[in-house]
Design a protein around this ligand. Structure first.
Ligand code: FAD
Ligand code: SF4
Ligand code: SF4
Length: 396
């Protein structure tokens, strides 16, 4: 008789050994567990199957002829929201942590996969299965580095847990969905965030050192809708550096090759996605993909201010003009960059149009990266929705 759990005979890879996806590995954590048995089908960088997994998770794949679904994936609702009482120290207002806490408190789940940081280093990711609100709160704020969130999956099965919430970014959630049925769970909830331009811990250090005036005091940072990077420092001060002033020539190789080949910016397979880029400044952007996602959002409705999503401006020319800059690694002098930032801020894309601006800019750059570095993978690795988005632009 064949075993129902053949993966239990597989062996996790040792830390630092080469991963099956080689240089494209995003360190999602799957290969740190015996679920490596399924890596060929599960790894987002070996088998791209977003449309099949969309059908599994949401009962249908996205409608490519619906412009909002083309960009933002399968969804039944999108809103802008913020917590009436933000969680101190969260990345934004803490909607992600609040949903996870409610789910645990109300007994919907027995544990939450999330990522804290190590004691020695605030940016070193340490994935955990949180079982108390305090442990969830300790995972608040982005760890802006590749994070092996799925490395705790073996512990889930061993603990006998049947109801689980996983918080994660697109590449982690793709692998998770591919092995979902093997986890022995009664119910899996998936709370995602968008994700782009991630880096290794060493890459993060280089980025901070070339971009911030005080790298050692940065608590968190975000690429904002005003076309500046906002670094928050330990003393509470905010440092703003225009995107156009980034030292892109020095930073050209800073982003991980996985993230330069990633087309799941909007976390297509999560039940609910919480980001910021489709919302006005200071608000969070929420995409409800299915009924499970709605159930999760409903738990915190009474803690939120909400407003409908909006869209303003026209991104296309700015994207087209940005393509050669990304491509050649050009850095504008800082004063021109500041001026462009102000102009774009006044007349530039806002709300959903800003989200499209960011998706278009990253997809065109990533398409060129895959074409140049892994031409044999281009056809199968780039999902159809991304091919259509990239197809709107003239590429070098
Ligand atoms: P919090 O309540 O602070 O909770 C954050 C949660 O994120 C925690 O539960 C933690 O477990 C989880 N987490 C932290 N770091 C990681 C990681 N490396 N991998 C997996 N899970 C992690 N949103 C956009 O709209 N546009 C973007 O371009 C964008 N880029 C992002 C890039 C990265 C690398 C990450 C991690 C997130 C990005 N986001 C982006 C999402 C956004 O920054 C916020 O994380 C999101 O809006 C939730 O904010 P919050 O205050 O509700 O989260
Ligand atoms: Fe394994 Fe994940 Fe790396 Fe793919 S991305 S090789 S599944 S650890
Ligand atoms: Fe994973 Fe893509 Fe984020 Fe990189 S950009 S960590 S590949 S979801």
């Amino acid at each position: 008789m064949t075993s129902l759990f053949p993966h239990k005979k597989a062996k996790a890879l040792k830390p630092n050994s080469r991963r099956p996806a080689k240089e494209l590995c995003s360190e999602c954590g799957l290969c740190d567990t015996y679920y490596i048995h399924y890596v060929k089908e599960a790894c987002a960088f070996i088998t791209q199957q977003i449309d099949t997994l969309e059908e599994q998770a949401h009962q249908r794949s996205r409608n490519l002829d619906n412009p909002d679904e083309l960009y933002f994936g399968v969804h039944q609702d999108m809103i802008a929201a913020r917590k009436q009482q933000p969680i101190a120290g969260a990345q934004w207002t803490g909607i992600v942590s609040s949903i996870a806490i409610e789910m645990l408190n109300r007994g919907l789940v027995e544990g939450v996969v999330c990522v804290q940081n190590s004691k020695e280093d605030r940016f070193q990711p340490m994935p955990v299965i949180a079982r108390t609100p305090e442990e969830i709160l300790a995972a608040r704020v982005n760890k802006p580095t590749l994070s092996p969130n799925l490395s705790v999956l073996e512990q889930v099965e061993k603990s006998g847990m049947k109801r689980l919430l996983v918080i994660g970014v697109g590449c982690q959630i793709q692998a998770l969905r591919a092995v979902e049925k093997k986890l022995g769970l009664e119910k899996l909830y998936v709370l995602g965030t968008p994700c782009v331009d991630n880096v290794t811990r060493a890459g993060l250090q280089k980025f901070l050192e070339t971009t911030s005036r005080s790298p050692e005091t940065v608590v968190h940072y975000e690429f904002m809708q005003d076309f500046r990077i906002h670094f928050k420092h330990e003393d509470g001060s905010i440092e703003k550096v225009p995107f156009f002033g980034l030292k892109t020539n020095q930073l050209k190789d800073v982003f991980a090759p996985s993230c330069m080949s990633c087309f799941d910016y909007v976390n297509s397979l999560a039940d609910l996605v919480v980001g910021y880029m489709g919302a006005p400044f200071g608000w969070q952007w929420i995409v409800v993909r299915n009924d499970t996602g709605k159930e999760m959002l409903d738990l915190v409705q009474d803690q939120l201010d909400t407003q409908p999503v909006m869209s303003q401006g026209n991104r296309q020319e700015a994207v087209q003009q940005g393509i050669p800059a990304y491509d050649k690694g050009v850095t504008l002098p800082m004063w021109v960059a500041k001026m462009m930032g102000v102009v774009i801020d006044k007349i530039g894309p806002k709300g959903l149009e800003y989200a499209r601006f960011s998706i278009d800019s990253h997809f065109t750059r990533n398409y060129l990266f895959v074409k140049r570095n892994h031409p044999e993978k281009l056809a199968a690795h780039v999902p159809e929705f991304a091919k259509r988005i990239v197809g709107q632009y003239k590429l070098p």
